[in-house]
Design a protein around this ligand. Structure first.
Ligand SMILES: Nc1ncnc2c1ncn2[C@@H]1O[C@H](COP(=O)(O)OP(=O)(O)O)[C@@H](O)[C@H]1O
Ligand SMILES: [Mg+2]
Length: 147
């Protein structure tokens, strides 16, 4: 048994500790309890939040909302859109979409979103991305009680 509100608050606190200048806004609505692997969901949230800090601009909005049998998480940021050609493979391992100057040794490995997809699927959930001039948003849908 887990409280998605607490998982989100803890993940936001952790990322704020590493990135004190980040403007992260948390919106929690409705009933957010479910049966999930709490440490894996913390990892998913940390990956999405760290990406938003590193690749986005402007405020980051984290939302968790309960809808009957599922909980929906979204992490959104402004900034340059992810190129459309990168979207179909964005959740594949070792895939990165940014400009070449981010591909040096200090760059990520391109595994974060792959791990997020593994964690969502292991909970019988889904993860999707939408990216346009108005911003980038990742949506995770999780059944409250995966089989
Ligand atoms: N919130 C975001 N805004 C813009 N681009 C993003 C965002 N999240 C991920 N990306 C793009 O997706 C790529 C893959 O992300 P990820 O799998 O976490 O790998 P990594 O962070 O190691 O590059 C990133 O390199 C970046 O180009
Ligand atoms: Mg990453």
């Amino acid at each position: 048994p887990q409280d998605m509100g607490r998982l989100c608050r803890d993940a936001v606190d952790e990322v704020r500790a590493s990135y004190p200048d980040a403007d992260i806004r948390l919106r929690l609505t409705d009933e957010l309890h479910g049966r999930w692997d709490g440490s894996r969901l913390s990892q998913l949230l940390a990956n999405l939040l760290t990406n938003a800090v590193r690749y986005g601009t402007g405020p980051i909005v984290v939302e968790a909302a309960g809808h009957d049998g599922q909980v929906i998480l979204t992490v959104s940021n402004e900034g340059n859109p992810i190129p459309g050609r990168a979207l179909p493979t964005l959740f594949d391992p070792l895939t990165r979409a940014g400009p070449a100057d981010r591909r040096g040794t200090a760059a990520g490995m391109g595994l974060g979103l792959f791990i997020c997809r593994c964690i969502a699927s292991a909970h019988q959930g889904t993860i999707e991305v939408a990216s346009s001039e108005t911003g980038t948003s990742f949506t995770v849908r999780l059944p409250r009680s995966p089989a």
